[in-house]
Structure formats: structure tokens, C-alpha cells
Write a protein that binds this ligand. Structure first.
Ligand code: FES
Ligand code: FE2
Length: 375
């Protein structure tokens, strides 16, 4: 094995002899610019649970790879996505994170007004402007779809259906959490994380770090009875769950309690503990090579939280979540060091146990494919 600074597929293909992708892929802004095109503007990205834009006129805004994106449900019940930019001189249209739109969106600069399907309905004085073309003054759309109870966006012009990007995922999500569509968001922790988006996936897709860093979580999942299944562009980690006083509990009547941890290309994670009445989601919104905006959302079925649920939210916010954030922040610093050899050994074990890092090899192969134009 010779260390390299350029992606080599063979380093991730043979899982038993795999190495991580080179460090500069986590630190170089030039490489991040490439990833904007080959990954983030070319994939379905999960941005919200469907409940956030369920009502007519409801909208949300998301910031990702330097773009501001608005997703709005029209009066006709159709979900649409528009870049948050006015076609006139480029002012942003919406500043709120979410809300209920009026029947027109009005630009704060010169008050052009748009219907929720993007059509321009009013531009002051346009009748006196030579050959003013209304069609060239509509909002610029991007693709939006709902899948597995969540909202996904795709910024490419002609995307493949989401079922081709994540085949079979919806079915497995519904099995793991049959009430996923009825869940409602109870909490959101927002973090501007000084780490590359891939470090956050790397950290999620292995539990080698769990015994040392999530003592309370490791207590609730039996890593001895752990499976990691790999599908096209997604994976699921399945652990046998034990109710724990230090993390989550569930109804003891649940037979065969399992914890499901889904990872979806490129950077979303669904955590579904047993019982089917709550889940957590990590949404990543990459900002730059070294910075990622993250939402950590917690969903329950009920509106008013019980004391136990409040305690659980508090545990996620103050114990579990900070543990992972500190890990990836530290890794980002280390990857820029001249004291790091540039690649690390992926600790895959023969039995693919709960401690094995073979999930990282799976993820890095997909990243390599994207960089090599083979995805
Ligand atoms: S920039 Fe929006 S109306 Fe002028
Ligand atoms: Fe972790």
C-alpha cells in the first residue's frame, strides 16, 4: 500500500484491505467545488420530513452548497421547489426559515409578485418596458419529490426517479417504522459543524467508536447481534435493542426489538429505535469543504411530549449529540495536519461485527465512483 493524494478505487473495493479516501478530499475547496456538481447538484438530497410542508401554502427554506432553496406547497396541493432568487436583479425572495406563504410571494426589492407555481403576476411598470417577456421572469424551479415520508430535492435538469437512486428504501423504512408519515417534529438541534460532510457520514456508518464514545448508547444496542446491510446507495445498520435508563426506552411488549440506522446517499441518516413511535434524523447541508450545517431532528407521534420524551430529547441534545460533533470536528483538524499520513486503514473485520468499519469502505467506493464519473 502506497499512500496517495488522488482517489484510487482499488483502495475501497477490496474491503478486507481497504483504506480511506485521501485526506485532501475532506479539506480542499477545489474538490468541494467538484462535489457540488458531481454529487450535490446531481443527486436526490433529503431535506425535510413531509409533515413540514403538508398544508397548502406551507413553505420551508434550506441552504446548501451556497444555494438558498424554497420548497412550497401550492394552493393546488402540488409541492414545488424554487431557487430563492428573484429573476429581476437577484434579491432573495424569502428570509424566513419556514411559514405559511400568502397566495403570492413578493420580492422585497422592487415588489415583483409571483404565484406559488412560480409564474410572475405583477411587475410594476412592465407595460412600459420594451418587449418585456413575462416567461423569462418566472421563478426558476428545481425538482422535488416525496419518498418514504420525506422530502427530497434534486438540482439537476433531468434527474432519474428517486426509486432508481434509492431502490427499495421506502419499503424498508415503512417496515422499520410503519407510522413514519404520521410523525411530527418535536425538536431540532442546529449545528454549524466545522467538518467535511463525509466525516459525518464516516462517523455514522461505523460503530467502532461507540464503546468508547457513546457509553450510554452502546448500553442500549447489543453490538454482538448486529447486522449491516448494503443496498444500492443506502445501507442499514440493524442492532438488537435493549431498553436503557441512560438512553431510550420502549414498550417491553415489543417482540424482537431492533434499532435501525439507515444511511442514504449522499448525507442523510434515519434512526429508528424499536416501537415505531419515534425517530431521529440527521440532515447534512454542506457549506464548504470544512463546514457542514446540520439539523438533528427528533420526531414523535404525539404533539405534547411526556416527561420521559422530554428527558430523551435532553439526552440527545446534551449527551449523545455533542459526543459525535466533537469527534468529527477533531478529525477535520487532524486531516489538515502534515502529521497525518493522508489515508487511514479501514478496520474491517472478518465477521463484519458491530465493531467493523466495512461500512466506510462501502461509502468511500460510492464517493470514488462519483469523482471518477462512474456513478
Ligand atoms: S430584485 Fe426582485 S423585484 Fe427587483
Ligand atoms: Fe457516534
Amino acid at each position: 500500500m502506497k499512500f496517495t493524494t488522488t482517489i484510487k478505487k482499488e483502495h475501497h473495493e477490496d474491503i478486507d484491505n481497504a483504506w480511506t479516501i485521501p485526506a485532501r478530499y475532506y479539506t480542499s475547496e477545489e474538490i468541494f467545488e467538484t462535489e457540488k456538481e458531481v454529487i450535490f447538484a446531481n443527486s436526490w438530497i433529503c431535506v425535510a420530513h413531509s409533515s413540514e410542508v403538508r398544508e397548502k401554502n406551507a413553505f420551508i427554506k434550506r441552504e446548501m452548497i451556497g444555494e438558498s432553496l424554497v420548497i412550497v406547497r401550492g394552493r393546488d396541493d402540488v409541492l414545488r421547489g424554487f431557487y430563492n432568487v428573484c429573476p429581476h436583479r437577484g434579491h432573495q425572495l424569502i428570509s424566513e426559515e419556514s411559514g405559511k406563504a400568502k397566495n403570492v410571494i413578493t420580492c422585497p426589492y422592487h415588489a415583483w409578485a409571483f404565484k406559488l407555481d412560480g409564474e410572475l403576476v405583477h411587475a410594476t411598470n412592465c407595460e412600459n418596458v420594451n418587449k418585456f417577456d413575462k416567461d423569462l421572469a418566472s421563478l426558476v424551479p428545481f425538482h422535488v419529490t416525496e419518498y418514504a415520508g420525506f422530502i427530497f430535492v434534486n438540482l439537476s435538469n433531468d434527474p432519474k426517479p428517486i426509486s432508481e437512486q434509492l431502490p427499495g428504501l421506502e419499503e424498508e423504512v415503512f417496515k422499520a417504522c410503519p407510522s413514519v408519515k404520521e410523525l411530527k417534529r418535536a425538536a431540532r438541534f442546529v449545528s454549524q459543524t466545522p467538518a467535511n460532510w463525509k466525516s459525518i457520514v464516516d462517523n455514522y456508518i461505523e460503530c467502532y467508536h461507540c464503546p468508547t464514545n457513546h457509553v450510554s448508547f452502546a448500553d442500549s444496542v447489543d453490538v454482538g447481534q448486529y447486522e449491516h446491510e448494503f443496498k444500492k446507495n443506502w445501507s442499514v445498520q440493524i442492532g438488537k435493542a435493549k431498553p436503557s435508563n441512560s438512553s431510550y426506552q420502549f414498550d417491553e411488549s415489543v417482540t424482537d426489538p431492533k434499532f435501525f440506522g439507515f444511511w442514504l446517499w449522499p448525507c442523510t441518516m434515519f434512526n429508528m429505535p424499536p416501537g415505531g413511535d419515534f425517530m431521529t434524523v440527521i440532515y447534512e447541508f454542506p457549506v464548504s469543504a470544512g463546514e457542514t450545517l446540520q439539523f438533528y431532528d427528533i420526531y414523535f407521534l404525539n404533539d405534547v411530549l411526556t416527561d420521559d420524551q422530554k428527558r430523551l430529547v435532553d439526552w440527545y441534545e446534551n449527551v449523545f449529540r455533542p459526543e459525535d460533533l466533537r469527534l468529527v470536528e477533531s478529525v477535520q483538524k487532524g486531516l489538515t495536519s502534515r502529521g497525518y499520513r493522508g489515508q487511514g486503514r479501514i478496520m474491517a473485520d472478518k465477521t463484519r461485527s458491530g465493531l467493523s468499519e466495512h461500512g466506510i469502505a462501502f461509502f468511500h467506493k460510492l464517493v470514488a465512483d462519483a469523482h471518477l464519473g462512474e456513478k
